[in-house]
Structure formats: C-alpha cells, structure tokens
Design a protein around this ligand. Structure first.
Ligand code: ARG
Length: 258
C-alpha cells in the first residue's frame, strides 16, 4: 500500500515537473540568448562546482542570471582562461564578460565597462607560518599571479623595488594548489578570493598588499564590446539590484568577509 501511494505520488510529481519544464523550455526557446565570457577559477566570483555536475557557479553567475532574466535573455556561459577574455569580446565570441574584472584605462581602449558592482582590494595569500608578512618580505620569493590580470601589473610594479621571482599562471585555483605544495611562496590576488581559501583552510593566510602606503583597490565591473547597447541596460539593472536588496542578498550568499 505504502509502495503504491509512493508510486502514485512519484507519477504525479513527474507530470507536474514535465509540465513545468515544457512550459519553461518553450518559453525560453523564444528568448534570445546572451553569451557571458568568464574564467571559472576565481571563487567566490566564479568557479566550477565539481560536486554538482561541473556547473559554473558564483556571485558573478547569480548577478548575470538576474540581469539576463530582467532583460528577457537566456544566459549561456563560455568558460575560458582570463587572459583571452578581452579578445573574446573584441571578436564578439561573447556578448559580455563578468569575471571579477577590473575596469582599467588600458582595457578601456578596447572594451566598454559597466559601473563598478563590487569593490575588492589586493592581498598576498601565503601558507601560514612563513615569514612573509609584508610586501618587503616578498623579496627573492616565488610569487604567483594570474596572467593578464591587474595582479600581474601590480607584481611587475612592485618588482622594481622589491625584486621577486614572478610566475604568471593561467588559472588561479591551480596556483593555490602549487602554493600548498610549496612550488610557490605567495600569490597576489584579491581579499574576497583569498578569504574564500583562508576561511576554510587554517594552513593559509593573507595580508593586505599595501604599496607606497596605499591600499590597492580592485573594483570589479562587467565588460562589453565597444558601443554595445548592453552596457546601459546592465547598469540599469545593477542599480535596481542595489535598491531592491537583491545585490545584498547575493553578497551575503557568496562573499565571506574575514
Ligand atoms: N581583478 C583582476 C583583473 O581584473 C583579476 C580577475 C581574475 N578573474 C578570474 N575570473 N580569474 O585583472
């Protein structure tokens, strides 16, 4: 009897589910697709959830999904190395990029940016118990940075006064593994990304990358091909999300503060 009831319930559930999904898919097939370029090696902004069918998840993904939905688009995600994202925009392989990317004057020569949607700052991530506590301690050390990032630019600048052995890697998560196994002494990244690691792993530590007495901010924006109509549309929804609490909700969901 219990089995039979269970079976009926399951059958009902399936009918309901298929009704939902078929109406969902016929609806979304009418929608235009918008392609987001990202580099899913940068939690909590984006990373591959290996426990969940290798889906790409994160703060940027949830923001992008919300915006796409509001603008009536179906969102498709293209994952690639960070260093090729500007080229992907230029060749229109992607419609926009959300990848924890900073709006810099140099990048602005090639692409457009939305307003800043998250403020982060640069930090040094190391193993706990090393004697690397300040930027000066990086002298002579093997320091990892992600290729084509503002962290690579900072490392090159710092290198002029504090010579280090800089290594540029394609993927941030692979650098963290290399540091755990002592192939690297330190990594320059941002506070938010580092907290994701140091809050879960007592063997890792971080400190603020203060250079010339200044905090090195890394303000994050979405990027678009030059003159894309999407820039203004995204800005509008970003503003709405700030007012209606959606942005705060997503910050709480994804971002560990200290
Ligand atoms: N904020 C830095 C930059 O704009 C690094 C971003 C790296 N992003 C990533 N998804 N790996 O250059």
């Amino acid at each position: 009897m219990v089995k039979k009831v269970g079976f009926i319930m399951m059958a009902l559930l399936l009918v309901v589910l298929s009704a939902c999904s078929s109406s969902g898919s016929s609806d979304s097939s009418k929608k235009k697709t918008i392609v987001m370029g990202t580099s899913a090696d940068y939690p909590p902004f984006e990373n591959v959830d290996t426990k969940n069918g290798n889906k790409i998840v994160g703060f940027d993904l949830d923001l992008a999904k919300y915006v796409a939905d509001k603008l009536g688009y179906k969102l498709e995600v293209q994952n690639q190395d960070f260093n090729g994202l500007i080229a992907a925009l230029n060749s229109k392989k992607v419609d926009f990029v959300m990848a924890g990317m900073v709006d810099t004057p140099k990048r602005r020569q090639q692409v457009d940016f939305s307003k800043t949607y998250y403020q982060s700052y640069q930090v040094v991530l190391t193993r706990a118990g090393t004697n690397i506590k300040t930027m000066n301690d990086l002298k002579g050390k093997k320091v990892g940075v992600q290729l084509g990032t503002t962290q690579e630019t900072l490392a090159k600048k710092v290198n002029k006064t504090i010579p280090m052995k800089i290594q540029s890697w394609d993927k941030l998560n692979e650098m963290v593994e290399a540091m755990r196994t002592k192939k690297l002494d330190a990594i320059i990244t941002v506070d938010t990304v580092a907290y994701g690691y140091t809050s879960k792993d007592k063997n890792l530590e971080q400190f603020k990358a203060v250079v010339d007495g200044k905090t090195q901010y890394d303000p994050i924006s979405a990027a678009f091909p030059k003159d894309s109509k999407l820039t203004a549309k995204f800005n509008k929804v970003f503003k709405e999300m700030e007012k209606n609490g959606k942005k705060d909700e997503l910050v709480k969901k994804w971002i560990v503060n200290q």
